[in-house]
Ligand binder design. Structure first.
Ligand code: DC
Length: 229
C-alpha cells in the first residue's frame, strides 16, 4: 500500500530562510512543519548544560540515553522543544547553541538517534520537514525535495536581522564568519553532510523578498504534489 501521507523535504545552508518559508508553506498547505535543526539544537543545549566537551564525540553519545527530548505542537501551531519537560524553544536560538549544534550534529550516534524520531513524524502526518539531510537521508522517498539557498551575503544579512529582532543583535562580520564556519562543518562532515539531493529542485532566493520566495516555494510543492497524485 502506498504511504498515505505526503512529505516535503527542504534542505539548505543556514540563513537561507528555510524555517520561515517552510513554516509559511506548511500553514498554507495544512501540513505539519518539522524544524529538525531545532532537535539538534536541543541536544546541543543539553550538552552545554552538562558542560560536556563538544569535541568528544563519545561523551556526547554517552549523553543520549539520558536525554528526554520531545517535540510538542502548541495551541499556536508552532513547534516547541522540550527537554525533561522544560520548554527550551527560545533558549536554543542563542548563538552559542548554534555553534554547538553544528558540532553535535557531526556526531554519528546523534544522527542515528534522531533519525527514528524524524521518520516517525513523517509516517504519521503530512509534513514539510527542513534540515540538511532530509532529502538525502531522512526522507529519501519524499514526494517533493527542495534545496533552498541564497548567497552568503544575503544569508548573513537575513540572520543579522533575525537576531536583532529577537533582541540579541550580533554584528554582520561575526554572523558571516560564524555562518561560513558552520556551513563548512555541515558540508564536510563524514555522516549525512549538507548536499543537494539529485532529485531536488534548487530554489535560490538571493534576489527574492520573503513573499516572492514563499510563493515560489509553494508553487514548486503544489506542482510536484499534483504530479504525484
Ligand atoms: O537549521 P539550524 O541552524 O537550526 O540547524 C542547527 C544545526 O544542526 C546546523 O549546524 C546543522 C545541523 N542540522 C543537521 O545537521 N541536520 C539537520 N537535519 C538539521 C540541522
Amino acid at each position: 500500500m502506498k504511504h498515505p501521507f505526503h512529505a516535503v523535504a527542504i534542505d539548505g545552508p543556514s540563513g537561507a530562510g528555510k524555517s520561515s518559508l517552510a513554516r509559511r508553506a506548511a500553514a498554507q498547505l495544512h501540513f505539519l512543519y518539522v524544524d529538525t535543526g531545532a532537535i539538534y539544537r536541543s541536544i546541543a543545549w543539553y550538552a552545554l548544560q552538562k558542560k560536556v566537551p563538544l569535541e568528544q564525540a563519545d561523551a556526547i553519545a554517552a549523553l543520549l540515553p539520558e536525554i528526554h527530548v520531545e517535540i510538542s505542537y502548541g495551541a499556536d501551531g508552532l513547534q516547541h522543544m522540550l527537554i525533561d519537560g522544560e520548554d527550551i524553544t527560545a533558549e536554543i536560538r542563542r548563538p552559542e547553541v548554534s555553534a554547538a549544534a553544528s558540532k553535535v550534529a557531526a556526531v554519528p550516534a546523534v544522527r542515528a538517534y534522531l533519525l527514528e524520531m524524524q521518520r516517525r513524524l513523517a509516517l504519521e502526518n503530512n509534513v514539510i520537514m527542513d534540515g540538511r539531510d532530509i532529502g538525502t537521508v531522512v526522507l529519501p522517498e519524499a514526494d517533493c525535495k527542495i534545496f533552498l539557498t541564497a548567497s552568503d551575503h544575503v544569508r548573513a544579512q537575513r540572520r543579522c536581522r533575525e537576531l536583532a529582532d529577537r533582541g540579541t543583535p550580533v554584528d554582520y562580520e561575526t554572523v558571516l564568519e560564524d555562518m561560513r564556519r558552520r556551513d563548512e562543518q555541515d558540508r564536510t562532515r563524514a555522516v549525512a553532510p549538507l548536499q543537494q539531493a539529485e532529485d531536488a529542485v534548487l530554489l535560490d532566493t538571493s534576489a527574492m523578498n520573503f513573499e516572492q520566495s514563499a510563493a515560489a516555494l509553494v508553487q514548486i510543492i503544489e506542482e510536484k504534489l499534483a504530479h504525484e497524485a
